[in-house]
Design a protein around this ligand. Structure first.
Ligand SMILES: *Cc1c(COP(=O)(O)O)cnc(C)c1O
Length: 399
């Protein structure tokens, strides 16, 4: 049987069985549902997207996979060339992996080894944000700060090397002042913390973080697995503040196949580039650079530019602001909107019990978690479809 994610298998509700998916719609045997959360935020151009599907089929007709250990292939080369060209600054060195969590592991391993390679072994402290989410594997769980995701680590005690700070400049400055030359890297989900509760913060924090990292020789890592590909309104937040290491996943392939990439800048790459084998990056996921995924990602990047995603997301944000900003109810703590993400946070999780069925009956698929009712829509919705999603959210509080 299937062991489902984040579920108590003994009493979980039967999941909706999807028999087809096209554009922003999911189809069950008897319902057509607008997907308001893009399959964990990844299916940004909708399902069964023709260009991405075609790119996968064309590659599959040649071969689906060969490893990158001692071998290479055109699809991976084309994608890394395109990313180097397309991403800001000197983020040019692409290390592929099969999921976002693994790509974050790679980023942390890079940062830790960067200083080992340079002989600065005292730099062991990793700075991360409160409410951070960076994945479900152990090391990523350590830098995450959400009890639901990493409670298992408590069995082993607090890890002394990860320090969490709130997204406030004063706290950032204090942490740099306190840990100084012990600091290795600062890892953040820039501007928008997703799984930690759709928390949004100001770009001024990131600008100050960049300054402090430069001043103290600390690496800045952006985990843009969720924020990348337009979600915040920026193409990448990295376009506004340049990190040393950038992690992309989810939307990378338009959500058509799992894949991710850790992209390093010249400075990071240079610390590994040496005659000594000991300085090599010792990592290699079996399915890194999978040919189908690389072909899908190339098509996804082409679509991103062809569809002018930033303009679309600006329009989605405009409608979200018009429909949801200022919406109040005594059960609502806050309404937050940024780019293609809109969230209604309530005080009590019980307020949202039954919402999924309520939305289902109105032709919308939603999956609120804890106290967060949110929409992270595919970018290809019509205005009417978008308004419908927000109307169902509001109706829940007016029923
Ligand atoms: C989803 C997510 C991850 C993990 O990606 P997976 O592909 O699920 O392993 C990491 N970081 C952020 C910010 C995410 O939203």
């Amino acid at each position: 049987m299937i062991w489902y994610p984040y579920e108590q298998m003994k009493n979980m509700k039967t999941p909706y069985k999807i028999v087809d998916a096209e554009g922003p719609y999911l189809y069950t045997e008897d319902a057509k549902l607008l997907d308001s959360i893009s399959s964990w935020w990844s299916v940004i151009y909708g399902y069964h997207q023709p260009q991405i599907t075609e790119a996968i089929c064309q590659q599959a007709a040649k071969f689906s996979h060969v490893m990158l250990g001692g071998l290479t292939h055109q699809a991976a080369q084309d994608l890394s060339d395109k990313l180097a060209d397309w991403l800001p600054g000197d983020l040019n060195y692409c290390f592929f992996s099969d999921s976002g969590s693994v790509a974050v592991e790679v980023a942390l391993k890079m940062a830790l080894q960067y200083y080992v390679n340079r002989g600065e072994k005292q730099r062991k402290t990793v700075l991360a944000l409160e409410h951070a989410y960076h994945g479900d594997t152990f090391k990523t769980m350590e830098v995450g700060d959400d009890e639901d995701y990493h409670f298992v680590l408590q069995v082993y005690g607090e890890n002394p090397y990860v320090v969490h700070i709130p997204t406030e400049i004063a706290a950032l400055e204090k942490a740099f002042d306190r840990y100084k030359a012990e600091l290795n890297c600062l890892i953040v989900e820039p501007l928008l913390q997703g799984a930690g509760g759709m928390r949004m913060y100001d770009i001024a924090f990131l600008k100050r973080a960049r300054e402090l990292c430069d001043e103290h020789g600390v690496l800045l890592i952006f985990d843009e697995v969720a924020t990348g590909f337009g979600r915040t309104g920026y193409r990448f937040v990295a376009d506004a503040v340049l990190p040393d290491i950038l992690v992309l996943g989810k939307g990378l392939t338009g959500g058509h196949i799992g894949h991710a990439v850790t992209v390093a800048n010249q400075k990071v790459f240079a610390a590994f580039y040496d005659d000594s084998q000991e300085k090599a990056l010792m990592h290699g996921p079996t399915f890194m650079g999978n040919a189908l995924a690389c072909a899908a990602a190339r098509a996804s990047i082409e679509l991103f530019d062809a569809l002018d995603v930033p303009a679309r997301v600006a329009h989605i944000e405009e409608i979200a602001l018009r429909e949801l900003a200022g919406f109040t109810d005594e059960r609502i703590r806050e309404v937050r909107i940024m780019g293609g993400c809109a969230c209604i946070e309530v005080y009590d999780a019980r307020t949202l019990a039954g919402y999924q069925e309520f939305a289902y009956k109105r032709g919308v698929f939603a999956r609120p978690f804890l106290t967060y009712l949110y929409a992270m829509v595919p970018y290809v919705l019509t205005d009417e479809e978008l308004v419908h999603i927000f109307s169902v959210m509001k109706e829940w509080f007016r029923k």
